[in-house]
Design a protein around this ligand. Structure first.
Ligand code: ARG
Length: 470
């Protein structure tokens, strides 16, 4: 009884239709075709290198695989669901094309080490794409920060006006979040870049394979150290999706601030019309849907993290079919992150800070109260007493609907004898930000310094990205 399956030999019955569609991964793992073919070519070359295949056999296989690759890319490849997955579709097509020798490709290999290798190659590529997108995003943030280094706006804690900050400093805080995301992805990349090939099904192989040869062909740093672990490990997926989740946390936070800032009551920024949408009923509306969707799409990436953790939890060694569930969530994570970065970058480059609104907002809410307290401390008043005195001053000003700088020297002196005419310099918004010149402070001069540092770091990162094996 024939079953047309590569594994059909021991079966007397054909696979149930429902099982065939339930177990098939072809719909989504096709995406791995280029990595699969690359892995197979490296494997064939290694087999020839150690004498398991002849040079001619290897050449035929490599030529056949390359032909299949262009068939796929021209859209001429016929994908057959009955062949379960991308690996078997390509292998069976190879044999169809080059005959018997095609059947030798799977020597010293299993789909278990093959799929783990494919996914790592894909993931390495995807991480580099995301890192490249992050570099572009950072370049934009740094340009904005430089432009808005002197723009004063209210800084918030508890969403209440706290102290004045510069808009450039705020944007550089976003840049710091993304800097950590880049660090994380570079680290994850190192653990992705380990080669499972050669582990075969789970125990290795009796053939005299040269795993270092294959690893080098594929740009992996080294072969995996344990064959059981090699076919079962998906830590690199977990780590990647975790890194992507944190990145999405950051994008959602940036998105949320943009949403608030472009709302009518805030009016801190204008977003370009090309990056907003309208309402089907309210003609006046200009909505920040790009930012809202980015904020929401974080949810699906977090979902993928929980999914892959759950897929792996409690799995016994070595390969189990459970692992097939690693792919769709990986692909969707990559697609979601790249889409968000791309559209957020576009929007970011069309954002206009409303400097007068920002300044006016910073002037409300007694944002220089801490400066007044610090002024008193500089005159020898213990901080707690200064805090108390300024608290009373704010209350007094509130009752008279005045800002601190609108109080006269006489009025201010009611709360402390130490207050002199020089206090008014400290009560200005500009004075408040310009004295915060320590490392990490909000002063325009510090913003410019941190933009410069970040640009140098980005240049190094870009060079590193260019140097890494692909
Ligand atoms: N489609 C499978 C996966 O994604 C390939 C490996 C199948 N291995 C097996 N022994 N059935 O994991």
């Amino acid at each position: 009884m024939s079953t047309s399956k590569t594994w059909g030999g021991r079966f007397g019955q054909a696979t149930d239709q429902r099982v065939e569609s339930f177990t098939s991964s072809l719909d989504y793992d096709r995406r791995l075709y280029a990595h699969d073919i690359r892995g197979s070519i490296a494997h064939a070359r290694m087999l020839a290198h150690v004498g398991v295949l002849t040079g001619t056999e290897c050449d035929e296989i490599v030529t056949g695989l390359e032909r299949i690759k262009s068939e796929i890319e021209r859209g001429e490849f016929e994908w057959l669901p009955a062949h379960e997955d991308v690996h078997m579709n390509i292998e069976l097509r190879l044999t169809e094309q080059i005959g018997e020798v095609g059947k030798k490709l799977h020597t010293a290999r299993s789909r278990n080490d093959q799929v783990a290798t494919d996914l790592r190659l894909y993931m390495r590529y995807a991480v580099d794409e995301i890192l490249t997108a992050l570099v572009a995003f950072q370049v934009e943030l740094l340009d904005i920060a430089e432009r808005e280094a002197e723009t004063i706006m209210p800084g918030f804690t508890h969403m209440q006006t706290a102290q004045p900050v510069t808009a450039g400093h705020h944007v550089m805080a976003w840049s710091q979040m993304l800097e950590r995301d880049m660090q994380r992805l570079f680290e994850v990349r190192q653990r992705i870049n380990i080669m499972p090939l050669g582990a075969a099904a789970l125990s290795g192989t009796s053939f005299p394979i040269d795993r270092t040869f294959t690893a080098k062909e594929l740009g992996f740093d080294e072969p995996s150290a344990n064959s059981l672990d090699a076919v079962s490990d998906r830590d690199f997926v977990i780590e990647f999706v975790a890194g992507a989740s944190i990145l999405m946390v950051h994008l959602s936070r940036i998105a949320e601030e943009l949403i608030l800032w472009c709302s009518e009551p805030f009016g801190f920024i204008q977003i370009g019309e090309a990056f907003c949408t309208g309402s089907s009923i309210m003609p006046q509306k200009k909505n920040p849907d790009v930012a809202e969707l980015t904020r929401a799409k974080s949810g699906r990436v977090f979902g993928h993290l929980v999914a892959i953790l759950t897929v792996m939890k409690g799995q016994p060694l070595a390969y189990n079919r459970d692992n097939q569930e690693d792919k769709e969530l990986s692909f969707d994570t990559v697609d979601t992150v790249l889409a968000c970065l791309e559209v957020m970058l576009g929007m970011m480059s069309d954002i206009h800070f409303q400097r007068e609104r920002l300044l006016a907002a910073a002037q409300r809410g007694y944002s220089t109260a801490t400066d007044l307290a610090e002024y008193l401390v500089s005159k020898g008043v213990p901080f707690r007493d200064a805090h108390e005195a300024v608290g009373k001053t704010v209350r007094y000003a509130l009752e008279r609907h005045k800002s601190l700088s609108e109080l006269s020297l006489d009025e201010l002196q009611r709360f402390s004898d130490e207050i002199q005419a020089d206090v008014f310099d400290r009560l200005t918004i500009e004075g408040s930000v310009s004295v915060r010149v320590h490392v990490g402070g909000t002063a325009p001069s510090e913003v410019i310094k941190s933009v410069r540092n970040a640009r140098e770091r980005l240049t190094r990162r870009r060079e590193l990205l260019g140097r890494l094996p692909k």
